[in-house]
Design a protein around this ligand. Structure first.
Ligand code: SF4
Length: 360
């Protein structure tokens, strides 16, 4: 089982984000969330723990005593010493004490940098000052987490390809082993959705720059938006993309039971009041096509061995047939197909949305 724990609190709302989180909250709200979250975790049925991902929101907005309580509960999931335990962190909420505590409890930290430029962060509506960013990165680097990721955003208004390349170089030079590069896509309902118009003209150039620049540091693309040194890929995300079982804990957390996606209410009050989750139930065939499409975002794509582990998988021949059908609706040049593997070509990766739509 993979576990996702959602911390639904943030220090304000970033301009592009419509994810569920409370940008304004009281200490009582955090305590009520924490009480219930710990009860939920410790009350889960026993299962083999594959990965744990603590995301948000801003997990590191919790105080040190609150983090201690959360990780005390997390130990009830009985992760093995090598189990990947990831936490997302925002630089302005990190202190030396929190970092040394996290270094003892997680083996992967993901830092929400988004941009090394204070001006571009301001454009994005992010609050982190340059001093806070530099201090946090110094501390994280010094702590030597086994794995650490830096999140970056590109195609920000005012960002040139040269500026983007310098961001990539700064990330790689810090020594992280994983970089996530997201094309700016202001979500519907985000605070600055109307003003933050992504630079579409340069976004393909910037996507290619990410691959070329990071690979020169040994950090290779393994998914459309994710780059890692070999062996440092995020296991949690890889498992989820391949249809792995997932338990989601906390408001807006999503789970997967092999057939249905179970999405907790995206409201702290409703979640605290035990409102039922939203159940996304589609046919077995639609679900396996969805999983098939999602993992085509990865560079390794599908092999027959990987595919047969998917819940309710059909035959490899059937997958080849689906691909032939998709090619008829899209283009042959989008795929690299052999009897042992199905992947997208670089052109296909750029048109993943179209491919997924025709498949699902
Ligand atoms: S982008 Fe992250 S830190 Fe910013 S509001 Fe959304 S969840 Fe919070």
């Amino acid at each position: 089982m993979n576990y996702y724990i959602h911390i639904p609190f943030c220090n304000g709302k970033c301009g592009y984000c419509a994810f569920y989180s409370e940008g304004c909250f009281t200490p009582q709200m955090v305590e009520m969330w924490l009480d219930k979250c710990c009860r939920k975790i410790t009350g889960l049925p026993p299962a083999e723990c594959e990965t744990i991902y603590i995301g948000g929101g801003t997990p590191t907005i919790l105080t040190l005593p609150q983090l201690e309580r959360l990780f005390d509960a997390v130990s009830a999931l009985r992760p093995a010493a090598e189990t990947e335990i990831s936490i997302e962190a925002n630089p302005e909420t990190l202190t030396e004490e929190k970092i040394s505590f996290l270094r003892e409890h997680v083996n992967r930290i993901s830092i929400g940098v988004q941009s090394f430029s204070e001006n571009l962060r301001r454009t994005l509506g992010r609050k982190c000052s340059q001093t806070a960013l530099e201090n946090a990165l110094k501390l994280v680097k010094k702590a030597r987490f086994p794995h650490w990721n830096i999140d970056l955003i590109y195609a920000i208004p005012g960002q040139t390809p040269e500026m983007w390349q310098s961001e990539l170089q700064q990330a790689a030079n810090l020594g992280c082993d994983h970089v996530s590069c997201y094309n700016l896509t202001p979500e519907e309902g985000a605070r600055l959705a109307a003003e933050l118009i992504p630079d579409e003209e340069n976004s393909v150039i910037m996507w290619e720059l990410a691959q070329n620049t990071l690979s020169s540091y040994g950090i290779k693309r393994y998914e459309i938006s994710n780059y890692a040194r070999p062996g440092s890929e995020c296991h949690h995300n890889c498992n989820v993309w391949q249809g792995g079982l997932l338990t989601g804990i906390g408001p807006a957390a999503a789970g997967f039971d092999g057939r249905r996606r179970i999405i907790q209410p995206d409201s702290l009050t409703e979640w605290l009041n035990d409102a039922p989750p939203f159940i996304d139930e589609i046919s077995v065939e639609e679900r396996r096509n969805e999983i098939f499409a999602v993992n085509l975002r990865t560079v390794d794509g599908w092999t027959p061995e990987k595919w047969e582990k998917v819940p309710n998988a059909d035959s490899w021949e059937e997958r080849q047939r689906i691909i032939r059908e998709t090619i008829a609706q899209t283009s042959e040049k989008f795929f690299d197909i052999s009897p042992e593997r199905i992947t997208l070509s670089p052109d296909g990766s750029l048109f993943w949305n179209t491919i997924a739509e025709s498949m699902i």
